[in-house]
Design a protein. Structure first.
Length: 144
């Protein structure tokens, strides 16, 4: 897969504000933060989307994410946060190397949602007939 700026950060060719580092994962501050403390958590072994990630990297990220969320909150004073993970350009992925955004909310006790992450959530009523078919299809894809 084509190299991204995150590969250069992993190799130390581009500087970053490092937050966490182990054999499989790296966390650093986002260069254009939505809120102070906005942190990115990435696997060192590159994959474009979460679905393409190898099990070892996925497990390593899963192990460390909650710890990083706690550190982001403790360092910023936030008690609430979003974990955001974009896959593909239609899903707003700009850097084609899997990454999780940890975005603290309301870190200084300011008014809710005055700045920072805006989420539009255009919910619809479920179509139970279609949902039943989709869930059955997913179950069969996921069955060992
Ligand atoms: P996404 O839209 O989910 O692909 O987000 C990519 C994120 O990477 C954006 O929030 C960028 O600000 C961030 N980013 C891009 N280049 C760098 C960099 N050199 N250091 C830190 N964060 C970066």
């Amino acid at each position: 897969m084509p190299e991204t700026i995150f590969d250069k950060i992993i190799r130390g060719q581009i500087p970053c504000h490092r937050v966490y580092d182990d054999a499989f994962t790296l966390a650093f501050l986002d260069i254009n933060p939505i809120a102070p403390g906005h942190t990115l958590v990435i696997p060192k072994h590159a994959a474009v989307t979460l679905g393409e990630l190898d099990d070892e990297s996925a497990a390593a990220i899963g192990r460390v994410l909650p710890r990083i969320c706690r550190a982001v909150c403790a360092a910023t004073g936030a008690s609430q946060y979003n974990v955001l993970q974009n896959n593909g350009p239609l899903a707003h992925q700009a850097v084609m190397h899997v990454h999780f955004h940890v975005i603290p909310r309301n870190p200084r006790g300011e008014h809710r949602d005055e700045a920072g992450l805006g989420v539009r959530w255009n919910a619809t009523a479920i179509d139970h007939a279609m949902a039943g078919q989709l869930a059955a299809r997913m179950r069969s894809l996921l069955s060992p």
